[in-house]
Ligand binder design. Structure first.
Ligand SMILES: *Cc1c(COP(=O)(O)O)cnc(C)c1O
Length: 422
């Protein structure tokens, strides 16, 4: 992994002169190329769709790009549904995978014609009531294999400890009941990993899902029409890690499809993914400037971004590669903690990291920030979140979200009431 960056030092310096740091930069051409890699790899299936996980990078310009490449959107809240609608993603191009869902969100998902993926057996009645007594034509259920799925995964944990989905007996009962209620089209969903780099993990998951689809067919007389294998495909955040070989993953899943799905007469079953991280993650960077150097018990570089812009390092201890623009070939002769300004000691983008010698004014590039980056930001300590800039395929730049202002921070407050308040 080379930690690519699309701009030269002078291009980045002039961009940063036009748009003050910190900001996020995304690479349209690279995002398109990665989506095409997904579609190319899974073209061995009769039907395939990637539903981009909107939560990873909820920006309408990004969604529009992905829509034009054939993607749908995977949503889990009302604002995400509306964002898809405004970006031209509607109907069955939306997968609504939510848990602990308010009734109003089901109503909006149904209004948009989204595929509703239920997280619990009690949600059948809840959905029916929310929709005024009828169930949608198409329903999907999220399967939690519990201890049947061995190993678990660092971020999402062991399936049997995860709050999501239905148990196997519940899955069978759910399809039976919905069939009796007149639902005509069915899907099956599971998501048991996050940031998983082992390619064999995904075929293993597909096997569980396909086997259950066969059981549903046998026990309930229901033919599953689509299988959503969730997201969770990891990216190589660290040097030396390999990106997941999707062509291999697709081939391994296809073997299971040919062995299980085809003989059961369930072909063509649509294969769906809901990946966020691998689609935009490697193609986004947080650009920040060194504004202080500090020498106490350790050497610190203070930057103008903070954990409020990118919380993964502070929250999970996640590793993000950092390079210094223009100093890519200099020796890593210094050891720094790279810190933000939050009043939290975990507000560090790197701890004891070997880097070239950094001077105040240098531009730092924090890599692999294009998914679950800006989106997870927050306003603690009155921090105003960074804006977002898109490097277009033609080499031009477009500001696709402005940075926050103090007015944004105050937008939910009403100071006019203070005069009469005692
Ligand atoms: C978070 C999430 C995704 C996307 O996960 P990535 O790691 O970004 O690919 C997909 N589906 C569901 C249900 C999720 O919660």
């Amino acid at each position: 992994m080379s930690f690519d960056f699309p701009l030269s030092h002078s291009q980045l310096a002039s961009l940063a002169a036009q748009f003050p740091t910190p900001f996020y930069l995304y690479d349209e051409a690279a995002i398109r190329s990665t989506v095409r890699y997904f579609y190319q790899s899974f073209s061995i299936f009769p039907k395939f769709r990637e539903y981009f996980a909107v939560k990873a990078l909820p920006n309408p310009y990004i969604l529009k790009i992905l829509e034009s490449e054939g993607c749908g959107g995977d949503c889990s809240s009302l604002p995400e549904l509306l964002l898809c609608e405004k970006s031209g993603i509607t109907g069955r191009r939306i997968m609504f995978t939510s848990n602990d869902t308010p009734a109003q969100e089901f109503v909006q998902a149904a209004r948009l014609g989204a595929i509703i993926n239920l997280d619990d057996i009690t949600h059948i009645d809840f959905l029916k009531e929310a929709l005024g007594g009828t169930l949608p034509d198409t329903i999907c259920f999220r399967y939690n294999p519990g201890p049947l799925k061995k190993g678990g995964n660092a971020i999402i944990g062991k399936p049997e400890e995860a709050k999501y989905g239905l148990t196997k007996p519940q899955m069978l009962e759910a399809y039976r009941r919905c069939k009796a209620e007149g639902v005509r089209h069915f899907g099956i969903h599971t998501m048991v990993a996050s940031n998983e780099l082992n390619p064999d993990f995904f075929a293993d998951t597909a096997r569980l899902v396909f086997e259950l689809a066969l059981e549903v067919q046998k026990e309930c007389g229901v033919n599953i029409e689509f299988a959503d294998l969730g997201g969770g495909v990891g990216i190589p955040y660290r040097a030396g890690q390999e990106r997941v070989d999707l062509a291999y993953v697709a081939r391994e899943i296809k073997k299971l499809y040919d062995a299980l799905i085809v003989p059961a007469g369930l072909d063509p079953m649509e294969i769906c993914l809901e990946c966020g991280r691998p689609v935009t993650g490697p193609h986004g960077w947080l650009i920040t400037r060194a504004i202080h150097t500090k020498s106490i018990y350790r050497e610190y570089i203070g930057v103008d971004a903070s954990m409020a812009d990118l919380m993964r390092p502070g929250m999970y201890g996640a590793y993000h590669e950092i390079t210094v623009s223009g100093k890519e070939n200099e020796p890593k002769s210094c050891v720094y903690d790279v810190s933000g300004s939050l009043c939290e000691n975990c507000d560090k983008f790197a701890i004891q990291r070997e880097l070239p010698e950094i001077a105040v004014g240098d531009l730092l590039i924090i890599h692999d920030a294009g998914a679950h980056g800006r989106a997870m930001g927050f306003n603690y300590n009155g921090k105003l979140r960074a804006g977002e800039i898109l490097l277009r395929s033609d080499g031009s730049f477009k500001e696709i979200r402005r940075r926050e202002t103090v007015e944004d921070y105050f937008a939910t407050l009403d100071f006019s009431g203070l005069d009469n308040f005692s």
